[in-house]
Design a protein around this ligand. Sequence first.
Ligand SMILES: Nc1ncnc2c1ncn2[C@@H]1O[C@H](COP(=O)(O)OP(=O)(O)OP(=O)(O)O)[C@@H](O)[C@H]1O
Ligand SMILES: [Mg+2]
Length: 332
Amino acid sequence: MQPTILAIETSCDDTSAAVIQDGKILANIVSSQLVHTAYGGVIPEVASRNHDLNIWHVVETALIQSKTELKQVDAIAVTMGPGLLGALLVGTTFAKTLSWANNKPLIGINHLEAHISAHFIENKSPQFPMLCLLVSGGHTQLVLVHSFTEMQILGQTIDDAAGEAYDKCAKLLGLPYPGGPVLDKLAQHANPLEYSFPLPKVEGLNFSFSGLKTSFLYFLQKKQIENPAFLEEEKENLCASIQHTINLYLTKQLQKAIDLHKPASIAIAGGVSANSDLRRKLKELAEKNNIPCYIPKFEYCTDNAAMIAMSAHFKFLDKKFESLDTVPYTRS
Ligand SMILES: Nc1ncnc2c1ncn2[C@@H]1O[C@H](COP(=O)(O)OP(=O)(O)OP(=O)(O)O)[C@@H](O)[C@H]1O
Ligand SMILES: [Mg+2]
């Protein structure tokens, strides 16, 4: 059976709903909560309240745009975690209610697996095992993807995530939240080798970003004592240099994992995979190793329900349904 599934995502600050039929996305509506920009980060309570305000309209729009009626849907899928508890509770309670009231099975989705499943929206026959660098706002992982549903974590960050490192460094440069995309834009025509920062040293395939962030902070403080206008004068070169350092570190760890696990392909996923320099560095790495690389479309990098729907499609085929008693989880 080729199912039609309504999928809902509310793990952080994007309220999103998508409809998938026969593995093809018919609608993907994302409502981003811009209210958090004023605070320089996501305020969990504000996120939950905004999901509550947005969710019905977002779901209804996805159904209308996909020309799907609720009675035609075979299952309701929802992000169960990881994420912000209040935000997850809005999505899961909404999805469970729809599931119960319409007598449709519920499918619980892991948000991180879904970031990786975003690849399968467009690429129906990836070469497995696929080694995926998952870099998002809250996570940084190296994942060996054996099939559409089997994923093995090889390493992960022991402190900050790559997206967090981008956002915190951007904040030190006076850029608005979320800083990653702004920093990427400012770095476009600047010199990535103008300033250098020490690469973190962590055993094996794990990551660490807290030391790099601190060394960037101390460097800026020292330079601003020497020249108070330093930050303004050098903003673009600073963006390019810290971006180059973060991405160089990510790709060095990726190369280590390639050498150890000899994957058939490599990939990136999560919000930071929208970074233009990281996309370029991944292509170079793939060429050097003579293996294919998969890079998701921009719209599927940051949070969206299309990736939840794609993950749910495979779970439906495997008959992996969720009990209405299952509670959301905040950590991976
Ligand atoms: N072009 C870019 N360059 C660098 N970082 C970027 C870019 N675009 C988005 N990001 C970063 O991606 C992150 C958001 O990604 P995503 O939506 O996947 O995270 P999240 O859902 O909050 O976290 P998680 O998926 O771990 O729960 C932010 O930290 C943002 O700065
Ligand atoms: Mg995410």
